[in-house]
Design a protein around this ligand. Structure first.
Ligand SMILES: O=C(O)CCC(=O)C(=O)O
Ligand SMILES: [Fe+2]
Length: 404
């Protein structure tokens, strides 16, 4: 039976990393919102993966809505190969009316759409939804209709199973407090890792660990057992304003409006903004300010390995090799700390090692270069390193060894 959805309602999605809630508005696309309402009501979204996560400058989305059971998905989710798709509602016609008062920008929830190559039309006959995690406003006016907003969280409970942690990041608030909810004996590993401290910090059950949200940190991988933490984010007006400007600056950059983007980012006292601004300036050959902004990024981020790496690149491009080496060295040192504490450094780690190795080899420091490059093969996993870097690092290491 098909129930009409209320004019607005909330759906909460419990996930492995804590719940998120979306508020949906029927007026925005009535028959589609009815469809999502009924699917949710009948448990369709209960066992889903985020099967498509894209984070590029042209598209940033997290998509879900293929049911864990293929037969259920086949019944309710559109099959691009056939035109007899879903059994609980007719397809939303391409000509349907909808209101344009939400845009595919950060924090909205939108409908996924299928393309019918026979008629060259798009049809909303999937069961899939996506969260806009960046500015995708170019999707507006097509059938990717935003039907709701994600409620921004100020607190969440996270359950880390064995093998799970969180990569390095900053939180979008002013101060964060993490409180351990279970006993320390219940698990091995875990803790909150701080780049600045170089180690993992964990209180006893019920104790909180507070930090500035902008301090780079990670959730240490749980090696055994299960770890539960309550994470709370506190914000203030100035932080909100700064984040809004950051969002605006990044949006302009993604749209290719570089001048305007730089103007906005110049005013944002935040490590990542200053660091990115430094690289934008370097690309335009505005070296003096590029260095100034890069250094500002390093100061604000204190122990942000990416900021050090990027400042190194700017120095390198300016022909200031000695300073480049210092910066790359610092980036690699920070990555080694991170790795030692059981936290993944991601792709940046291999990149920084390669940059340092390459720069040393250009300065005829062959023995040290070979040693640094060897670190890639000793300390990194192949899947965490870009294929090109893995290959070129191997070749360069061999070459450096022959020069020794
Ligand atoms: O698990 C932790 O200790 C850190 C959690 C965290 O950084 C976050 O959820 O933002
Ligand atoms: Fe965090």
């Amino acid at each position: 039976m098909q129930l009409p959805a209320p004019s607005s309602f909330s759906l909460t999605f419990p996930t492995q990393y804590g719940p998120f809630t979306a508020t949906l508005f029927r007026d925005l696309a009535p028959s589609w919102v009815d469809r999502v309402y009924n699917l949710a009501f009948n448990g369709y979204y209960d066992s889903n993966y985020f099967h498509r996560v894209i984070n590029t400058s042209s598209l940033s989305i997290i998509q879900f809505g293929t049911n864990g059971s293929p037969s259920i998905s086949q019944t309710y989710n559109f099959q691009s190969s056939s035109l007899s798709p879903c059994s609980i509602i007719d397809p939303q016609p391409p000509s349907m009316s909808y209101q344009k008062n939400l845009s595919n920008t950060f924090g909205t929830l939108s409908m996924s759409t299928s393309y019918n190559s026979l008629t060259s039309t798009t049809w909303n006959v999937t069961a899939e939804l996506f969260i806009n995690t960046g500015n995708n406003s170019k999707l507006d006016g097509k059938l990717f209709i935003p039907i709701g907003v994600i409620d921004l969280l100020d607190g969440l409970i996270i359950k880390y199973n064995k093998g799970h942690g969180q990569p390095l990041h900053v939180d979008a608030s002013y101060v964060t407090v993490n409180i351990l909810l279970n006993e320390r004996d219940d698990f091995e590993g875990g803790g909150t890792f701080f780049d600045g401290v170089g180690e993992r910090v964990e209180g006893e059950r019920g104790e909180g660990v507070g930090h500035f949200s902008g301090e780079r940190h990670a959730g240490g991988e749980v090696k055994e057992g299960v770890r539960w933490v309550l994470v709370m984010f506190f914000t203030d007006e100035r932080t909100e304003e700064r984040l809004e400007r950051k969002r605006k600056g990044m949006e302009l950059k993604n749209e290719g409006r570089i001048e305007e983007s730089m103007e906005v980012l110049r005013e944002v006292e935040e490590a990542e903004c200053q660091n990115i601004l430094g690289r934008m300036l370097a690309e335009r050959g505005e070296w003096e300010e590029a260095v100034e902004r890069g250094r500002r990024g390093v100061d604000l981020g204190r122990n942000d390995s990416r900021a050090w790496n990027n400042l190194g690149l700017t120095y390198k491009e300016m022909g200031r090799g000695e300073e480049a080496v210092k910066c790359f060295r610092r980036a690699v040192e920070l990555h080694s700390n991170t790795r030692r504490c059981g936290v993944k450094g991601g792709r940046d780690s291999g990149r920084s090692r390669f940059n340092l190795g390459l720069e040393l080899s250009l300065r005829d420091e062959f023995a040290e270069s070979a040693e640094v490059l060897e670190g890639i093969f000793k300390e990194e996993k192949e899947e965490d390193v870009e294929e090109r870097i893995w290959r070129e690092a191997g070749e360069l290491m061999e070459w450096c060894r022959r020069q020794c």
